[in-house]
Design a protein around this ligand. Structure first.
Ligand code: DGL
Length: 288
């Protein structure tokens, strides 16, 4: 019998451990899961490690140096898990720590978030848009740069709206009979009275109540569009992975579990909340 010639796979992609490394996601709490949902849809072959700093949530009322230190801590933890790319899936953390994180890890692709104000300004017919975000994001450099570079030249009025109860409301599973829900219902009417036609969800927790807002907008027959950054971030991550030759080839996770969720503080309701937000069961691992 003549010897069989086996094909030689010169393609190093199959064995490159970096490609098969996970993508890291970080948020103060569960908000970054709204970004994960877009990623899972656009990049289903990837594996994800999620770090929720539930010990320190919310970040939005903290001062800049505090947010910077907590974010650096989270990014370092994800880096130590061997992540090939990290997403700071938190507008507040990005506003105060994105530059520092990139300075500490210059070789690591780090993607940050900024509220989707630019597309809202470009699409607005009324010239009035509102950004819903935390105090830290509204005061941060990233958003104010977009205001100065895009909104000011086009004479668009940007209303900054902050309600300190919104993040805790999402973390509590968004009960619709709460005062926060009622305030939101009234607030969309106030925005409309101020000629707002675009509403920007500038915190990664907020897309989880997008459907709630949309129902309210329809009920009140208001002409208002809602935008967030989820899709754009996933597209940015995809092109960065392609550019750096780091796209996973095929599913790199086993047991159909693309996401491993870690939280910095035990919470008996967290597993249920993650399931509510993702529509799928995920095990929560606690770091303390
Ligand atoms: N998801 C975070 C953000 O996008 C929440 C902020 C907070 O913890 O206050 O800003």
């Amino acid at each position: 019998m003549s010897p069989q010639v086996l094909p030689v796979h010169s393609n190093s992609r199959m064995t490159d451990p970096k490609r098969n490394a996970p993508i890291g996601l970080f948020d103060s709490g569960v908000g970054g899961l709204s970004i994960y949902k877009h990623l899972a849809q656009q990049l289903p072959a990837e594996r994800y490690v999620y770090y929720a700093d539930t010990l320190h949530v919310p970040y939005g009322n903290r001062d800049s140096s505090d947010i910077e230190a907590l974010t650096l801590n989270a990014v370092t933890w994800l880096y130590e898990q061997g992540c090939k790319l990290i997403i700071i899936a938190c507008n507040s953390a990005s506003a105060h720590a994105l530059d520092t994180a990139r300075r500490y890890y210059p070789q690591l692709p780090i993607v940050g978030l900024v509220p989707a104000l630019k597309p809202a300004v470009l699409a607005s017919q009324s010239g009035h848009v509102v950004v819903l975000a935390t105090k830290a994001t509204l005061n941060g450099m990233l958003l104010n740069k977009v205001i100065n570079d895009v909104a000011v030249p086009s004479h668009t009025t940007v209303i900054k709206y902050f309600d300190p109860m919104l993040v805790p409301w999402v973390e509590a599973g968004m009960p619709e009979n709460s005062e926060t829900a009622q305030r939101l219902r009234e607030q969309v009417r106030i925005f409309a009275d101020n000629h707002v036609d675009y509403l920007v969800l500038g915190c990664t927790h907020y897309p989880f109540f997008k459907a709630f807002l949309q129902i309210e907008i329809e009920k009140q027959q208001l002409a208002m569009q809602i935008v967030d950054s989820g899709h754009a971030v996933a597209t940015r991550v995809q092109s960065l992975l392609i550019e750096s030759d780091l796209l996973a080839e095929t599913n790199t996770y086993s047991n159909n579990q693309p996401l491993t969720f870690f939280a910095s503080k035990y919470d008996e309701f967290l597993t249920e909340l993650v399931q509510q937000l993702l529509g799928a069961e995920r095990q929560v691992h606690y770091l303390r």
